[in-house]
Each structure stands twice: as C-alpha cells, then as structure tokens.
Design a protein around this ligand. Structure first.
Ligand code: SF4
Ligand code: SF4
Length: 265
C-alpha cells in the first residue's frame, strides 16, 4: 500500500481507547529530532504553566522570550505559538545531537504525536467525547518497526490525561464564545483573555495580590485553594475569562453585563 493511501486511511479512521496503532520513536532512528524543526507549535494554557515552572521563570517572562502571539483568523482570539530559532527553525528546547532538553515538561502536542485528539462536547452531554486520528508526518520513521500500543496505553505513557483535562476546560471557553455569538474581541477583552488563560503569574498578581475587589466577593475557601495551587488558579483564570467575556458577568458577585461593581483594576 502506498504511503499516501496509508496516510489517507489513518486520517479518516477514528480511534478510541481500545484501538491500536504501531509506533516507536527512539534516538536510533535516522529521523531523530527532525520533527523538532520548522513546526507550528501551538501552546495551550497548561503547556505554558508547566514550561515556565520547568524553566524557573514567570509566565510573563516565558511568553516574552519564547512565544509569539497571533489573533486567530476565525476565532478572533489570541493564540500562542512557540518561536522557532535559527536558520533551521529549531525548537528552542532542542539541543542538537541530544534531543529535547525539557522532555518531562514537553507540550501536550509533542506528547500526543503521532495521534491528534478531537474532543466533542454538546449541551446535552456531561464532559466531552474524545477520539483520535493517526497523523503521519511524511519523514517520520516511527511507523516502521513500531511497537503496538492501545490509545489508552499511549495516553498513560505520555502523561496526557492531565493535559487533556486542562485543554478541555480551555475548549469550554472557546465553545462559550461561539454560543454567545461573539465574533471579535476588543483590545481590552483580548488582554483579559491573555491574562486569564496564558499569563497565570500576572493573573495571580492582579486577582490575588492587587487591589482587586472581585477577590473579596469570592468564597474564602476558593481563594485559599487558588492561592495554594497554581493549576487551580489557572482553571479559575479560564472560568473568570469565560464569565467576564462570554457569559456577561462577574465570577465573584454573579452580576451580569455592566452591573458588576468589582471590575479588575
Ligand atoms: S520524526 Fe517521528 S520517529 Fe523521528 S524523532 Fe520525530 S516523532 Fe520520532
Ligand atoms: S518541546 Fe521538545 S519534543 Fe517538543 S518540539 Fe521542542 S524539542 Fe521537540
């Protein structure tokens, strides 16, 4: 069977947890680290949190040094791309001849390959329905002599569940925007989105440490939780954005539209 036909069949086959595929990526492969060049690597909110902690810098510093921001053509929302470097557009975390220097903190997209995940949600359903496709990059030799995996095993091996859980919260936010019928955001709204979803340290400073009245409207147990746990803070930040921009209200006082008297400073 030709490679084109195999790629076509993989792209049209939906996989769920018990389905199997063959793949193996090892340093011995001739293509090792080829895939860490010249790629459009979209970073999700949770990727940014994990990476900035791995590098020991703030989210603001991480975003400035390693990423570029674009406004999505269709979504009208800010999206964050990892900046490639040098003439060969190398991932900044790749050390030639050695591999990924932040492997334990690599983004969800690097963990998921050679799969791509689709998550479908509807109003009538709790949670999301997920399925996967195989993505065959043309020069990837991982499909040759690969070992067999179920999708479930791959997810466990790559530590994907926590990434997917956080990505699904982000997905909820995007769905809320669509349902609200909002096409584009103003510059101020883009700033709110950026801070709540991507710049968790600025959100902490603004919401938990600054003169922000919204904090006093929130349940003290919630404030305690998000003060102690950065992952919970990021979840809260995404819910805060959702409420503020797409559900027309304040997360803390529950007011809608312009009625909130606890606007962020
Ligand atoms: S191209 Fe495929 S097999 Fe080669 S290093 Fe990348 S993922 Fe692994
Ligand atoms: S983060 Fe690591 S695995 Fe992902 S593209 Fe960069 S070097 Fe490769």
């Amino acid at each position: 069977m030709s490679e084109e036909i195999e790629a076509y069949m993989d792209a049209s086959r939906k996989l769920t947890d018990d389905d199997t595929f063959s793949f193996s990526c090892t340093p011995e492969k001739k293509c090792f680290t080829n895939c860490c060049h010249d790629l459009n690597l979209l970073l999700m909110p949770y990727d940014i949190l994990i990476l900035k902690n791995r590098l020991g810098i703030t989210s603001g510093e991480f975003l400035k040094q390693y990423t570029s921001v674009h406004v999505g053509f269709e979504s009208g929302l800010p999206v964050i791309m990892l900046k490639m470097e040098g003439p060969y557009l190398k991932c900044p975390f790749l050390e030639e001849g050695k591999g990924c220097t932040i492997y334990d903190a690599r983004p969800g997209a690097c963990r998921t390959y050679p799969l791509a995940r689709m998550a479908r949600r509807s109003k009538d359903m709790e949670g999301v329905e997920e399925f996967f496709f195989i993505v065959r990059e043309p020069d990837c030799l991982g499909f040759k002599d690969g070992r067999e995996w179920t999708v479930r095993e791959w997810k466990q091996n790559e530590g994907l569940d926590e990434y997917n859980e956080m990505n699904d919260l982000f997905g909820e936010l995007l769905q809320a925007k669509t349902e609200a019928g909002i096409k584009t955001l103003t510059a101020d709204q883009i700033e709110i989105f950026y801070m709540g979803c991507y710049d968790v340290d600025s959100f902490r400073q603004n919401f938990l440490e600054g003169p922000n009245l919204e904090r006093y409207m929130e349940d003290p147990a919630v404030i305690e939780l998000i003060s102690q746990d950065e992952k919970e803070l990021l979840k809260y930040g995404m819910r805060w954005v959702n409420k503020k921009l797409f559900q027309g209200g304040c997360l803390a006082c529950g007011s809608t539209g312009n009625a909130c008297s606890t606007e962020t400073s």
